[in-house]
Design a protein around this ligand. Structure first.
Ligand SMILES: C[C@H]1O[C@@H](n2cnc3c(N)ncnc32)[C@H](O)[C@@H]1O
Ligand SMILES: [Zn+2]
Length: 443
């Protein structure tokens, strides 16, 4: 039995793990995880049998155990663009700064950017994410190495061009077969039409039927800005949500990001189709979308709403603790309802609702569930006193209080140590510098 930072077995951990002395809510508990990464026992001083059986022990006094957080919409490798273009109008930001720079991206850039994103997510307690970007085989390699879960799609953008459609279909099909070939249960493929304003109806139709035929998620940006809705109504006579429905893109496999300008009818439609929505309050505020996602309407319609950061170029970090707080206070502020989105709901959005949306295990700490567990240090001013643990987590803590992270029963961070961190930081910084260099020389 070992629990030392210098014990390399703790990070590779083949074998069972006993976490002792942590707490879940108001209960002091030990948690026993078997060698398959499944939670086998939770209780006050778990049985003697677990104690003798456990191959590793993690003493977790003065920590709170919470389910690993789930980031339901991001562009992970955009960590490389952190701080590159801020304080701009959304369409101008995309078309004048982001897309021109992204044209110079390489697979190696995406690999390093995604490595950096996974590192940042692990540090702040996130164990799963839903990603849309480019060179996704390279992103998959980074996720595989990181130990967290990823649902990955190629950002499918055609602007109505036939030759672009052909290459985007090929990129999507290649990614799906590549990920299936990896045979890593932590990584699943999806189809990712970028938005109704970059993918026309006939190409959306292909995405909708591909998602159905392959039984994979469909990940899309939806009703992010008022202009998008105005333009869609002008061009097609319906809202973007109704357009997606007409194209066969709304189902229980669909995750729509943003939804700031969804109308009440749209919310009911999304509920009827069983769709999931990812709320990105920090990105929405920074890009001044002008309206908060209509959480009251989505909630009363019964839509599953998860939480997300969006990419690091519009956030500019991947800290879901920060996102929980902004979601909880932002909704109250915008809709002038002081009881809206209480702390408990914000935590569920970032855990169980995210796991449900992505169709992955996790989202709760219960026997029989995969061990996606985050230990948050209570030995910090922001966690004292502990009148209400969930209140402290949502309104007071930040990702910096996360000390230990497990995904699928594997230890990814132990008392703030993550193996290989230095190499990732320098690899990503070099990739970002190289990208800007190539863009400056236009190569
Ligand atoms: C997958 C594609 O989505 C772009 N992207 C990043 N953030 C947003 C946003 N808030 N809205 C629309 N597109 C976005 C990426 O820059 C990439 O081009
Ligand atoms: Zn996005």
């Amino acid at each position: 039995m070992s629990a030392c930072v210098h014990d390399p077995d703790l990070f590779t951990n083949k074998g069972s793990i006993l976490i002792t002395g942590t707490r879940i809510g108001d209960r002091n508990v030990d948690i026993f995880i078997d060698e398959t990464g499944t939670i086998r026992d939770i209780g006050e001083g778990v049985s003697k049998k677990c104690r003798s059986e456990a191959e590793h022990q993690i003493s977790a006094e003065k920590t709170l155990a919470i389910p690993g957080l789930v980031n339901a919409h991001t562009h992970a490798a955009m960590t490389l663009l952190r701080g590159y273009a801020d304080d701009m109008h959304l369409q101008q930001w995309l078309s004048e700064k982001i897309w021109p720079l992204e044209a110079h991206l390489t697979g190696e850039d995406v690999y390093w950017g995604t490595k950096l994103a996974c590192l940042e997510m692990i540090r702040s307690g996130t164990v799963a994410f839903n990603d849309m970007y480019f060179f996704m085989e390279d992103a998959a390699r980074a996720v595989d190495e990181s130990g967290i879960r990823g649902v990955l799609c190629h950002g499918f953008i055609t602007f109505g061009l036939a030759e672009k459609f052909e290459s985007e279909v090929k990129a999507t099909e290649n990614l799906v077969s590549h990920i299936r070939g990896m045979n890593n249960p932590r990584i699943t493929p999806a189809v990712g039409p970028h938005a109704p304003y970059t993918v026309p109806p006939e190409h959306l139709e292909w995405c909708g039927s591909y998602s159905k035929d392959e039984d994979i998620m469909l990940h899309i940006h939806l009703s992010e800005t008022e202009q998008e809705v105005i333009d869609c109504k002008k061009a097609h006579g319906v809202t973007p949500a109704v357009l997606l429905d007409q194209c066969g893109c709304l189902s229980e496999r669909t995750l729509a990001a943003h939804g700031c300008w969804l109308e009440d009818e749209d919310c009911r439609l999304l509920a009827e189709r069983g769709c999931h929505v990812a709320h990105n309050p920090v990105s929405n505020m920074k890009l001044a979308t002008g309206r908060a996602m209509p959480y009251p309407s989505l909630r009363s319609a019964g839509v599953n709403v998860a939480l997300a950061t969006d990419g690091c170029s519009s956030n500019n970090n991947l800290d879901l603790f920060e996102e929980m707080k902004v979601a909880a206070i932002g909704q109250k502020f915008f809709w002038k309802q002081d009881t809206l989105l209480p702390a408990e709901e914000a935590l569920s959005m970032a855990t169980s609702c995210g796991a449900k949306a992505l169709g992955i295990p996790g989202g709760s700490i219960v026997v029989g569930q995969a061990a996606d567990i985050v230990l948050v240090s209570l030995d910090h001013p922001s966690m004292v006193p502990l009148h209400n643990p969930v209140s402290n987590l949502v309104y007071s803590a930040s990702g910096c209080q996360v000390s230990t992270v497990l995904c699928n029963g594997r230890v990814l961070m132990y008392e703030k140590e993550i193996p290989g961190e230095t190499a990732i930081l320098s690899g990503a910084a070099d990739a970002a510098a190289g990208l800007l260099n190539r863009a400056a020389q236009n190569t």
